[in-house]
Design a protein around this ligand. Structure first.
Ligand code: ATP
Ligand code: MG
Length: 449
């Protein structure tokens, strides 16, 4: 894109100026011959245009395939261990070669056609030049122009034709640029997250009252994940969400955090629709430990203090001690100053402990724990659960867990199924009811025969 624009800005103004000035001089010398020049010039312009449109198609194809190839490489390098485990290097390399060949072919065509432009216009220009020479000779024989005048005129005609060559060169480069720009703008035109409402208020000190009002939602409009979820959470309550894999627990949490907007119904926090709170303040109210932990490329200390960058080292350590992360952190080469290399430096369980320390330090008003301890060994989990229980005391919290031992103390357990909350109640109530919950419970705790 830059190349094209630079060439256009450098060559277009001089080219156009040359054309205009030589045209004026030629008309001053002899209007009849000048008119012939002006009429014949479009011939070369049209040939250039014809070829340029042909190469434009291939330039578009070239940048599309190049994008595909880059994405493919990135995906496969990212998943290299899976690729190697399943011994699919051959197939992956073959698929790469195939795309690469397609790219080669498309690039060849693009460059071939665009390289044709310049010689073709030159050829057309020479034809025009010869035509002017012949026509001018007849005019000179009739006494309409002197021989010296005609030779000066031919000089002008040559000058006049040159910029057309340059401009056609610019045109090819611009074709490429336009193809690139189209992809750029396609990305820029992707709809952004809807901005906060004009009159959105800031959720300063959340009480932690959450209300789901007949919420329906689907990632695709035609496939609802949640059909009709109705739930009232009083401040300080601990809600547990259980249910089969894929039943929509994480989805529900995404809606509460307003990572997505509901399709129907409403999610209310502290009595107001979440769409009427500013996103920033709404999310600041929540602390989350999610299924997919995320550790950034920074020191341990910076990672833990993400929610409270001003925390002192002592506070950071205290939070880590509470999350049972202090031990392994102290064993790292530089302790709290060890730079973590993205997601690869720690084990999955260690990352989870780090994320728990993060929320313990941030002490948010409301809490979301989505399988927060799923990667931690059972003994450490028991200890961390105690720390989390302390943290949840007095805070509205949503806990998602497959292991029922971690949710039995919740104030309200919601069993999700088929896009609704199929059963709700306390652990004892649900066990007594003998429905789905009891079923899940027995599958986990029944003595094995
Ligand atoms: N980003 C997404 N785009 C499209 N569909 C999605 C997306 N995320 C989840 N889904 C679909 O929504 C459904 C519910 O997914 P969700 O992640 O809420 O399940 P879950 O209850 O959290 O499961 P798990 O116990 O495995 O964490 C799934 O069937 C899944 O296919
Ligand atoms: Mg989930």
């Amino acid at each position: 894109l830059t190349n094209g624009l630079l060439m256009a800005f450098q060559q277009l103004p001089t080219g156009i100026l040359t054309i205009v000035v030589t045209l004026v001089f030629m008309f001053a010398l002899n209007p009849a011959i000048a008119a012939v020049v002006a009429l014949l010039t479009p011939v070369s312009v049209f040939t250039a245009r014809f070829i340029a449109t042909h190469s434009a198609k291939h330039f578009s194809g070239q940048s599309r395939i190049r994008g595909e190839l880059t994405a493919y490489v990135e995906e496969m390098v990212g998943g290299i261990s899976a690729v190697e485990t399943f011994e699919t290097q051959g197939a992956v390399a073959a698929r790469f070669a195939e795309t690469d060949d397609a790219l080669g072919e498309e690039s060849f065509k693009a460059v071939f056609f665009s390289s044709l432009v310049n010689p073709t216009t030159r050829f057309a220009n020479s034809l025009v030049y010869a035509a002017i020479g012949i026509f001018g000779a007849f005019v000179a024989m009739g006494g309409g122009i002197t021989v010296g005048g005609l030779s000066a005129f031919l000089g002008y005609a040559d000058q006049y034709a040159k910029p057309f060559n340059d401009i056609s060169g610019v045109a090819t480069e611009l074709q490429n640029s336009v193809a690139c720009a189209r992809r750029l703008f396609a990305l820029l035109d992707e709809p952004a997250e809807a901005p906060d409402a004009e009159d959105a208020a800031a959720l300063a000190e959340p009480r932690g009252e959450v209300r789901l009002d007949h919420v329906a939602f689907g990632y695709d409009a035609d496939r609802l994940v949640l059909r009709d979820v109705d739930l009232e959470v009083r401040p300080g309550m601990r809600i547990a969400l259980v249910g089969e894999t894929g039943c929509g627990k994480t989805t529900l949490i995404n809606l509460i955090m307003r990572f997505y907007d509901v399709s129907a119904g409403a999610v209310r926090v502290d009595g107001r629709d979440v769409r009427e709170w500013t996103r920033e303040s709404l999310r600041a109210g929540w602390g989350m430990v999610l299924q997919d932990t995320w550790v950034r490329r920074a020191t341990v200390r910076e990672n833990v203090s993400m929610g409270r960058p001003d925390a002192t080292l002592e506070e950071v350590r205290a939070a880590c001690r509470e999350a049972y992360a202090d031990d392994f952190i102290m064993r790292l080469p530089q302790g709290y100053d060890t730079v973590l290399d993205g997601s690869s430096a720690l084990s999955a369980g260690q990352r989870q402990l780090l994320c728990i320390a993060r929320v313990i330090l941030a002490r948010p008003a409301m809490l979301i724990l989505d399988e927060a301890t799923s990667n931690i060994d059972t003994r450490t989990e028991l200890l961390v659960q105690r720390a989390l229980a302390n943290l949840m005391a007095g805070r509205t919290s949503f806990v998602v867990a497959h292991r029922l031992s971690t949710v039995r103390d919740a104030d309200l357990i919601c069993v999700m199924a088929d896009g609704v909350i199929a059963e709700r109640g306390t652990h004892d109530e649900l066990l007594a009811a003998g429905g789905r919950y009891r079923h899940i419970y027995e599958s986990q705790f029944a003595p094995t025969e």
